[in-house]
Design a protein around this ligand. Structure first.
Ligand code: NAD
Ligand code: TYD
Length: 350
């Protein structure tokens, strides 16, 4: 038996692949285009492991998808591949439409063709990994997003993810494709590309660079340790009800400014700077256009129906994360300089 994972060289995907193979001998076919966000070095510990087959390719390449389905006959597809950074989507939305909308369409169609030829149609699962950002921005005192909250995406990124969620839903209702969708809050943890808030702040602080806070820094995000997102996905894949969506979150609403303060305090403790607290580097900069003020996830459906609970609190997760970045300065250095591409090319040269 095997599963097909898309985007498994990115932040969450690589954590998912590593966690999966730490707990199961079921093989993974990992399809990833290796955009700037894909890094095979994240999977270096799997070198020579026959349970992991890496395929460099695009989810928009239908012929490749058909070949992979025919060759590996996966029992499930776990779809992470996406353009994922809001700021990039503001500067260049085209890639987001291409991968998140058209790419998901291509993957759905290839899955449907494969599924239509299966004898046991109930055995397949297509799990679509999505985000809480599709629900838009919450007022300060509004209740957290439930699965029935209206879709009100505000950025090109969230609009493209919302579009992909709608396609997945329609492929279930129209064709009966056995789909599951998860909408998760902001993740953090190892292998997070240092363009996103938490790794950027850790890496900049250690380099003595400014810690950029957009606007007043009072925007709220709901943070979940990446390992807990992975365990939620495994749980939904195992026992989720077909056609359902599940919100994933850990009840950790924090303002951006408080996140940055926490990281500075941890660094002050673990790697004190002779120049004083890292908080001196905090710099307020121009706000992001259309910046959503607050996200918050109500994950009670997942807890009640599937018995999932996060293992980490924010305090334990952020400490682990800061420690990971301190221990993996070489990874950071290669990602920041772009040398991860050379490193990967050397390790995986034919
Ligand atoms: P990421 O940007 O770190 O990784 C994306 C991966 O997809 C990369 O390895 C990239 O090479 C690959 N990819 C991009 N375009 C591709 C294409 N056309 N074909 C094949 N592979 C392609 O993203 P992430 O943070 O790991 O997010 C993974 C998924 O989880 C995304 O769908 C994202 O929307 C969703 N999500 C992310 C968060 C978060 O906080 N990061 C929260 C909720 C949901
Ligand atoms: P980010 O990590 O980009 O995730 P998302 O936009 O998907 O929530 O940003 C998290 C929050 O941090 C968001 O409110 C924007 C803010 N932010 C900053 O204040 N400064 C930064 O340099 C970055 C990258 C983000």
């Amino acid at each position: 038996m095997s599963i097909l994972v898309t985007g498994g060289a990115g932040f969450i995907g690589s954590n998912f692949v590593l966690d999966w193979l730490a707990q199961s001998d079921e093989c993974i076919v990992n399809l990833d285009a290796l955009t700037y966000a894909g890094n095979r070095e994240n999977l270096a510990s799997l070198a020579g492991d026959a349970r992991h087959q890496f395929v460099q390719g695009d989810i928009g390449d239908r012929a490749l998808l058909d070949r992979l389905f025919a060759e590996h006959r996966p029992r499930a597809i776990v779809h992470f591949a996406a353009e994922s950074h809001v700021d990039r989507s503001i500067h260049g939305p085209g890639a987001f439409i291409k991968t998140n909308v058209e790419g998901t369409f291509s993957l759905l169609e290839a899955t449907r063709a494969y599924w239509s030829r299966l004898d046991d149609k109930d055995a397949l699962r297509f799990l679509h990994v999505s985000t809480d950002e599709v629900y838009g921005s919450l007022a300060p005192d509004a209740p957290a997003f439930t699965e029935t909250h209206p879709y009100e995406p505000n950025s090109p990124y969230s609009a493209s993810k919302a579009a992909s969620d709608h396609l997945v839903r329609a492929w279930h209702h129209t064709y009966g494709l056995p789909v599951l969708t998860t909408n998760c809050s902001n993740n953090y943890g190892p292998y997070h590309f240092p363009e996103k808030l938490i790794p950027l702040v850790i890496v900049n602080a250690l380099a003595g660079k400014p810690l950029p806070i957009y606007g007043d820094g009072q925007q709220v995000r709901d943070w979940l340790f990446v390992g807990d997102h992975c365990s939620a996905i495994r749980r939904v894949l195992e026992v989720g009800r077909l056609g359902e969506t599940y919100n994933v979150g850990g009840w950790n609403e924090k303002t951006n400014l408080s996140i940055v303060h926490t990281i500075c305090e941890l660094l002050d403790e673990l790697r004190p700077s002779p120049e004083g607290s890292y908080k001196r580097l905090i710099t307020h900069v121009k706000d992001r256009p259309g910046h959503d003020r607050r996200y918050a996830i109500d994950a009670r459906k997942l807890q009640r129906e599937l018995g999932w609970r996060p293992a980490e609190t924010f305090e334990t997760g952020i400490r682990k994360t800061v420690a990971w970045y301190l221990d993996h300065q070489d990874w950071v250095q290669r990602v920041q300089s772009g040398a991860y591409r050379d490193w990967v090319a050397r390790q995986y040269a034919p």
